[in-house]
Design a protein around this ligand. Structure first.
Ligand code: 5AD
Ligand code: SF4
Length: 436
């Protein structure tokens, strides 16, 4: 029998990283590693980093600094750096931090077990010809009721502020049969809701039986999987919302009425400088078409304030767009220059300007989010139970519209999809009563 070794993974950033960490844990599981909750307890520590905003590499180096004494006390311990900072910094990490044993970019995770076995420092930031997921072992463990499934990786959009095209590489879609078999396998292990992941998921164009598949066609195919009750997808670009995908929101009861569709700004001048390739008006028209297909859909978005050159009038245009759409949720970010991106060449706005605009935009979003939540009171919604609540007899799950919902239901079970009448709205969740 192989010795049991303990692996601690710290995951920063997006859902893609959460998914990648799960797959890395599975790959290391084949080498006798089990997951543990703390770095102190671990034989191997893996930091799965994110480079999208703020001082990602500073955060990494300070975390590594904290791990150094642990490793000194436990010389056999291995320390690995994965994710987008690993991709961006490569062997610079080993030079600055000799405690690190391996640096692995997002496309090379299938090599992680072999790198962990090597008795020397290793770096792999290559982009292999095949997609990494098709090189990683299949999933095996039992699952909760919801899961992510990566269908597409990378991005060719080159928004002026964004590192993703550099750290995750060009857009690649997984073939339909691999996705379907992974989905069926997850459903067989208890999953009832799948969120299809991709940096630019609605640009999906995979090879399948009978030709090319768009995301709309893939979703239609997946809706036929028995036992798969709910489908979601994220993150999308407005320019890739084609007619069939929009129509799917009206046609497929499994496709949940929630769409994350980042717009970033409401000013045409800034959208152009960001290389988003659409106007505010085009975004608004698109929202109208989506709502025509699925009137009760909740929309969410990402916004960046204080992009280089943003004036008060540009910021006002963003607020106007927010007012015009009425979002159910949104993430708001202050622009942060990413080395190597075109926007990083331009002079930045004073920090106070960004702070004030962020505060103002956030207040608008919070108010819209509350309104959207309150509008659910009295309505009947589907809720998929994900876990017991904090109070005895209580279950917590997500509604169709992705609201967290608490339900008093002593006989409720994790994985049940129930009908619930919403009774009240709190700051970040709803409460309801089970109907059936
Ligand atoms: N500065 C601030 N926000 C950014 N995002 C991406 N790059 C940056 C950056 N340089 C935000 C965008 C994107 C989300 C995932 O992160 O809004 O949609
Ligand atoms: Fe980055 Fe998204 Fe733009 Fe791609 S579409 S460059 S991932 S912000």
């Amino acid at each position: 029998m192989t010795d049991v070794k303990k692996l601690f993974i710290k995951t920063y950033g997006c859902q893609m990283n959460v998914y990648d960490s799960e797959r890395m844990a599975e790959a290391m599981g084949a080498d006798g590693y089990v997951l543990t909750e703390t770095a102190e307890d671990a034989d191997m520590v893996l930091l799965n980093t994110c480079h999208i905003r703020e001082k990602a590499s500073e955060k990494l180096y300070s975390d590594l600094g904290r791990l150094k004494p642990l490793k000194q006390a436990k010389p056999g311990m291995k320390i690995g750096v994965a994710g987008c900072v690993a991709q961006a910094e490569g062997d610079e990490i080993l030079r600055r931090m000799p405690v690190v044993d391996l640096v692995v970019g997002p496309q090379a995770y299938h090599r992680l077990p072999e790198m962990a076995r090597a008795g020397r420092q290793t770096v792999d930031t290559e982009f292999p010809a095949e997609m990494k997921f098709d090189l990683l072992p299949e999933r095996k463990a039992a699952r909760g009721p919801t899961a992510f499934l990566t269908v597409q990786e990378g991005c060719d959009k080159f928004c002026a502020f964004c590192v993703v095209p550099y750290t995750r590489g060009a857009e690649v879609s997984r073939p339909v049969d691999r996705i379907l078999s992974e989905a069926r396998d997850l459903v067989a292990r208890g999953v009832r809701e799948l969120t299809l992941l991709g940096q630019n998921v609605n640009a999906y164009h995979g090879v399948g039986p009978g030709g090319d598949y768009t995301l709309g066609r893939l979703l239609r195919e997946m809706a036929g999987i028995e036992g798969l009750e709910r489908l979601r997808y994220t993150t999308s670009h407005p320019n890739d919302m084609d007619d069939d995908l929009i129509a799917a929101h009206g046609d497929l009861p499994q496709l949940m009425p929630y769409l994350h569709l980042p717009v970033q700004s409401g000013s045409d001048r800034i959208l152009k400088a960001m290389n988003r390739k659409h106007t505010a008006e085009q975004y608004l028209r698109l929202i109208e078409r989506i709502r025509a297909a699925r009137p009760d859909i909740l929309l969410s978005s990402d916004f960046i304030v204080a992009f280089p050159g943003e004036t008060d009038a540009d910021h006002q245009a963003t607020l106007d767009l927010v007012r015009a759409v009425g979002f159910g949720a949104a993430f708001t970010f202050k622009y942060s220059a990413r080395p190597g991106t075109p926007a990083a060449e331009k002079p930045e706005l004073p920090a106070e300007v960004g702070d004030a605009r962020l505060y103002e935009l956030q207040a608008w979003i919070t108010q819209q989010q509350r309104a959207a939540q309150e509008a659910m009171v009295g309505r009947e919604v589907g809720v998929l139970y994900e876990k017991p609540g904090r109070l005895p007899g209580q279950m917590v799950g997500k509604s169709d519209h992705l609201h967290a919902v608490h339900v008093d239901d002593p006989s409720g079970k994790v994985g049940e999809l129930v009908r619930v009448r919403i009774l009240s709205s709190a700051t970040n969740s709803l409460a309801g009563q089970r109907l059936r």
